[in-house]
Design a protein around this ligand. Structure first.
Ligand SMILES: [Zn+2]
Ligand SMILES: [Zn+2]
Length: 124
């Protein structure tokens, strides 16, 4: 999708225009023009696809094609976030458990910080 800065229209395909260069045979220069106003002042727009269903979006700057896609997309995003957080929480949980187990096993009462400091220098 292209957006023309000159006429502010959007279009799918630029107009291809060949201009003859000099007198030589087959010496053409290729230009891409806005199909509405023949301007070359346009640029390709990126990221204009629905984040949920991938359909091409008509509205500039939006992330989803519809309310339902937005809902679904955000739900998916939240779910990923929650999964990430629960993974983080479970690794913390495992670390605490490791310290507890160590303390029980060795009859020590190392704190979390002490344990990982010792482990870090290879003493555990
Ligand atoms: Zn234009
Ligand atoms: Zn969509």
């Amino acid at each position: 999708m292209y957006y023309c800065r000159n006429c502010r229209k959007e279009f799918e395909f630029a107009k291809i225009y060949f201009e003859k260069q000099g007198e030589k045979e087959n010496a053409f220069e290729k230009f891409l023009l806005c199909p509405f106003c023949d301007s070359t002042d346009f640029f390709e727009q990126k990221g204009c696809y629905c984040r949920y269903c991938g359909i091409r979006l008509k509205v500039k700057g939006s992330e989803y094609c519809s309310h339902s896609c937005r809902k679904q997309g955000e739900r998916l995003f939240e779910k990923e976030l929650r999964q990430k957080e629960s993974r983080k929480a479970s690794s913390l949980f495992n670390a605490i458990k490791e310290v507890d187990d160590y303390n029980k096993r060795t009859n020590c009462s190392l704190s979390y910080g002490q344990y990982f400091a010792l482990k870090g220098v290879g003493r555990i």
